[in-house]
Structure formats: structure tokens, C-alpha cells
Design a protein around this ligand. Structure first.
Ligand code: FAD
Length: 498
């Protein structure tokens, strides 16, 4: 039974990450007189700034971590409630917070993000990186480390292995190539030499956002964020980090080496154990001088074992759904996310969800798929707000154009990376062909064609091809007559299809 309500709002948004904050902003854009409450676990929110639409679907923006009063100053009608939601009473249209508050809503949007999947719970040597606090904790542990093992093959693992210096890194990936979440073996081959070379002294001009906390007298990068609140045996996380999360923190181990990365392919974690628990069979695969000299050991399914100081679990995130499930009947997707339809509505009436916490369960465009990235968190937050406001405004909303084509711009190993559509031929089976152009150390261009039409592309380096390829993917022009000429470096393709 829900307790007595303190106050009721027209709209309540849970979560001060990119999805939640964008949702709040768009609600006020749609309904300037809206009565909105943002309930968030910590004092800071993530603000999207300098938004730039690079092309029809590719976007670029900065993200700053700011005190929530910045949002209140912008929207005086906004109420910010600094407490974690501990229960949702969907039938009763109310949420209960950790500090005992009960708030009613007409429409609710859950934007509570995700938390790192950990290889093993409660092992002091295993860390996951998700928010400012966990990044700082990792930095502290790394500063005393001689060797770390990174497990995972997504964006966080990719960035970590490139950034960490002064420490040996063993990188365990379950695939045949690194970076499998984002690209294929060819692109991985292109990037691997960057791991073997020293990092450029002057970092390339950082076009991507940095996370900062505004301090009186200036903006300080990565000051401590108080977003973590322990309760009920789990840690309520701050907002997820994002691109360039490592800018401004020194990722340096205890050794003099610049970078030493070795990759263990096609393996998973068999066991994580103390020196005493190490099996004699695993001991045989260790260098004799390392037996017993590490605080933790990791055994991999390829038969190898390594001793190390820290194990980084970078195997993805689990949607943060647990406070909302008891007593309600949410339909959950296989990945544990709240299922949302093409109006970002969950299976509970008047409850919407956006960002990492939700799973898109509408019939997606053949060129779009969900990935838990901050671009999609922003797009979903914005679209959810439009859907929530539609009822008040009595107007119909159509699925936003951004869900037509998957697009993501980022940086890996200091290269600009643009991914478009089915960039890894996802879901195409053998029904596709690939065209590749590669100039070592400069660019890697891959185009995915299906039935003679472009359906995806991977662009690494300053290729300047994103807009042209985006158009070719969107207009589904038959490219059969052009064949391999499509990637002929001597043809100005932009001019050609102008
Ligand atoms: P979050 O940003 O996680 O925000 C969730 C919010 O909900 C937080 O404010 C939290 O305090 C609040 N909250 C949680 N539970 C409750 C509760 N019970 N009650 C109240 N409030 C609650 N994406 C990219 O696109 N490119 C990248 O290069 C990239 N790199 C990344 C690197 C790292 C290290 C990490 C961790 C993530 C990275 N991501 C990247 C992913 C990206 O950061 C996320 O997809 C995105 O931030 C998700 O936004 P969100 O608003 O859904 O969730």
C-alpha cells in the first residue's frame, strides 16, 4: 500500500542522466506551463551543451556534469527531488523515495540508466567503471598496479586498454577480434598497431565532450561527485560516464612502461581466485616467478591463468530496473530492460522509459538498432517527452526520424570513428557484400551492401564521407553500376553523388 502523497505532479522524470535531463527539457519545450518533477539520486545532473546536428542523423554534443540548480534556474517551474526512488506504485500513480517522500504523477518517465555487469559480486579486486566515483576508484587502484586484466570487448574496454600507461594490461576478449561490438576484424587490424605504438604526446584536438563539475571560480574536471548513496546493499549509481571520461584523470600504473597490452582472444573467464585457491593445473600456465605474488588470479577458458592487481569488468551494463519492479507488472526484455513501444511507453499505463534502462521493442527500421550509447539516451529522452506531452496537447506523434538510421560518432585509439546503419552487417546473414578501403595509419573505410544498396558503413579516420554515405544509405539508391569505384580514392564521391 502506498503511503500518503506529499505532492502530485503532471510529469515526473526519474534520473538526472542524459535521458532524464533531456526529457525534462523537452517537456518544458512542448508544454511551457508544465508541472514537472525530476527525482534523482545525486546532486548533479548531466547537461547536454553545444548540440550540433552534423548531418541528418549524426549528432555531436558536449556533456557537462552540473549541480541540478542550473536546471532549476533554466526552468523555474521544475521541482528537483534529490533522493533515490525506492518503490513505484504504478496502479496508484505514485513513487516513493529513500528519504520517505511519496509523489504522485500523471505521467512518469523512468531514466535510471544501467550499472556495470560484474564478473563476480563483492570481490575487492574486481571493478566496474560506470560513473565518476567508480572511475576515480579505478584510478586509485591503478596507481599501485603492475598488471591489470581487462575483460570485455565494448567501448569501455577499448578506451581503457588504449589509455592505461605504466602498467601491463592483459586484455581478454571473447571474440576473434578486438572491438567486436563496434566493428569487424578488418577494422580491428587497422587499430591494433596503435596499441603497439607510443601514445601521441599531444592528444588530438578533443572534439568530444568532457565531463566536468562546475566549481565556484571555474570548471574543474572530474572533481568528486557525491552521486553514490549506499542503501539496501546496493550502490545507487551516479550518471554513466561517456566519451572522454578518461580526459582529466591520469590512468597510470606503478611501472615505468608506457604501454604494454597483450590480447587473449576467444576466451571467457573461468575462475577468479586468491593465490591459495589457484588450481595446480592453472599454476602450471603461470610464469614460475609469479605464483603467489599477486593478490588475485584469473583463469581463462583458453587454459591460461594470470596473476594481477586489479580485474576490470567491462562486459556491459544491466538496466537499473530493480526499484521499479516489485508490485508492478512490467514486461522485461531479454537483456533485462523495460520493454518500450514506439511511443516509449512501458507495459504499465502512463509509465514511459528512456535511455539505458529501456529496451526498444517496436518493429525497428531495417537500418536502426538499439545500442546503449549516450546519443540514443538523448534521442530517447527527447522523444519520450514528446510522447508524454502529446496527450496534454491532444496531438499525434510519429516515431522520430532519428530512429530511421543508426548513427554514432566517437573516437577510438585517437581516430574519429563514424558508424552508420548495419555497420557490422548485423542481422544480414550472408546476404551482403563488403567493400573496404584501408590506408595504414590513416583511414579505414568499410561499406556494407545488400542487394546492391548501401546499408551500413564504418568510417575510421578523417574520411569526410559520413554525410554522403548517410544519404546513400537513406535513399537506398542502387549502387550496382558503381561497383568498387564507390571507394576509389581518386574519385570525389561527394561531388559524384551531389
Ligand atoms: P545514466 O547516465 O546512467 O543516468 C541515470 C541517472 O539515474 C543517474 O542520474 C542516476 O543517479 C539516476 N538513478 C539511478 N537509479 C535511480 C533511482 N532509483 N532513483 C533516482 N535516480 C536514479 N556512450 C557513448 O555514446 N559513447 C561513449 O564513448 C561512451 N563511453 C562510455 C564510457 C563509460 C566508462 C561508460 C560507463 C559509459 C559510456 N557510454 C558511452 C554510455 C553512455 O554513458 C550511456 O549510454 C548514457 O550515459 C546513458 O544515459 P542514461 O541517462 O540512460 O543513464
Amino acid at each position: 500500500m502506498a503511503a500518503k502523497r506529499e505532492k502530485s505532479f503532471q510529469f515526473v522524470v526519474i534520473g538526472g542522466g542524459i535521458a532524464g535531463v533531456t526529457c525534462v527539457e523537452e517537456l518544458f519545450t512542448q508544454v511551457p506551463s508544465a508541472d514537472v518533477a525530476l527525482v534523482t539520486a545525486g546532486p548533479h545532473i548531466k547537461a547536454v551543451t553545444n548540440f550540433r546536428q552534423v548531418s541528418r542523423t549524426v549528432e555531436e554534443f558536449d556533456v557537462e556534469e552540473r549541480p541540478s540548480r542550473v536546471l532549476q534556474e533554466k526552468f523555474p517551474a521544475l521541482t528537483v527531488i534529490h533522493s533515490a526512488v525506492k518503490a513505484l506504485h504504478a496502479r496508484d500513480h505514485s513513487v516513493e523515495t529513500e528519504d520517505g517522500g511519496v509523489f504522485g504523477y500523471e505521467k512518469l518517465c523512468i531514466c535510471s540508466g544501467g550499472r556495470p555487469k560484474l564478473l563476480i559480486q563483492d570481490n575487492p579486486y574486481v571493478v566496474g567503471i560506470r560513473d565518476t566515483d567508480s572511475a576515480q576508484e579505478f584510478q586509485k587502484r591503478l596507481s599501485k598496479a603492475r598488471r591489470i586484466v581487462v575483460v570485455g570487448n565494448g567501448g569501455i574496454a577499448l578506451e581503457l586498454v588504449y589509455e592505461v600507461e605504466g602498467c601491463e594490461v592483459i586484455w581478454a576478449v571473447k571474440d576473434k577480434a578486438v572491438g567486436n561490438t563496434f566493428f569487424d576484424a578488418g577494422a580491428a587490424q587497422f587499430l591494433i598497431p596503435s596499441l603497439e605504438a607510443a601514445k601521441p604526446q599531444e592528444a588530438a584536438l578533443c572534439k568530444r565532450p568532457r565531463y566536468t563539475t562546475e566549481e565556484p571560480g571555474g570548471v574543474q574536471t572530474f572533481t568528486a561527485d557525491r552521486n553514490s548513496h549506499k542503501h539496501g546493499g546496493w550502490t545507487n549509481p551516479g550518471s554513466a560516464l561517456g566519451p572522454d571520461w578518461h580526459q582529466g584523470i591520469v590512468l597510470r600504473g606503478a611501472e615505468q612502461v608506457t604501454r604494454r597490452v597483450s590480447v587473449e582472444y576467444q576466451c571467457e573467464v573461468e575462475k577468479i581466485c586468491t593465490p591459495e585457491e589457484l588450481l595446480p593445473s592453472a599454476e602450471q600456465t603461470l610464469k614460475p616467478d609469479t605464483v603467489g605474488s599477486w593478490p588475485v588470479y584469473i583463469q581463462l577458458t583458453n587454459g591460461k591463468a594470470f596473476g594481477c592487481d586489479v580485474i576490470v569488468s567491462a562486459i556491459g551494463v544491466v538496466p537499473n530496473t530493480h526499484p521499479f519492479l516489485p508490485g508492478n507488472s512490467f514486461a522485461l526484455a531479454e537483456d533485462g530492460g523495460l520493454q518500450v513501444n514506439d511511443h516509449m511507453l512501458t507495459s504499465e499505463p502512463d509509465v514511459y522509459a528512456a535511455g539505458d534502462v529501456c529496451t526498444a521493442c517496436w518493429e525497428a527500421s531495417p537500418l536502426w538498432h538499439q545500442m546503449r550509447l549516450w546519443t540514443q539516451a538523448r534521442q530517447m529522452g527527447c522523444y519520450a517527452a514528446r510522447c508524454m506531452a502529446a496527450g496534454v496537447l491532444s496531438k499525434a506523434v510519429e516515431l522520430d526520424f532519428c530512429f530511421e538510421l543508426f548513427s554514432h560518432q566517437t573516437r577510438f585509439f585517437n581516430y574519429k570513428v563514424v558508424l552508420l546503419g548495419k555497420f557490422n552487417a548485423q542481422g544480414l546473414g550472408s546476404d551482403h557484400e563488403l567493400l573496404v578501403r584501408c590506408t595504414k595509419g590513416r583511414e579505414y573505410v568499410k561499406v556494407v551492401l545488400s542487394g546492391g544498396r548501401m546499408v551500413g558503413a564504418v568510417l575510421i579516420g578523417e574520411t569526410d564521407l559520413e554525410e554522403t554515405f548517410e544519404n546513400l544509405i537513406l535513399n537506398q539508391m542502387d549502387l550496382t553500376p558503381y561497383g568498387e569505384e564507390l571507394l576509389n580514392p581518386n574519385i570525389d564521391i561527394e561531388d559524384y553523388f551531389d
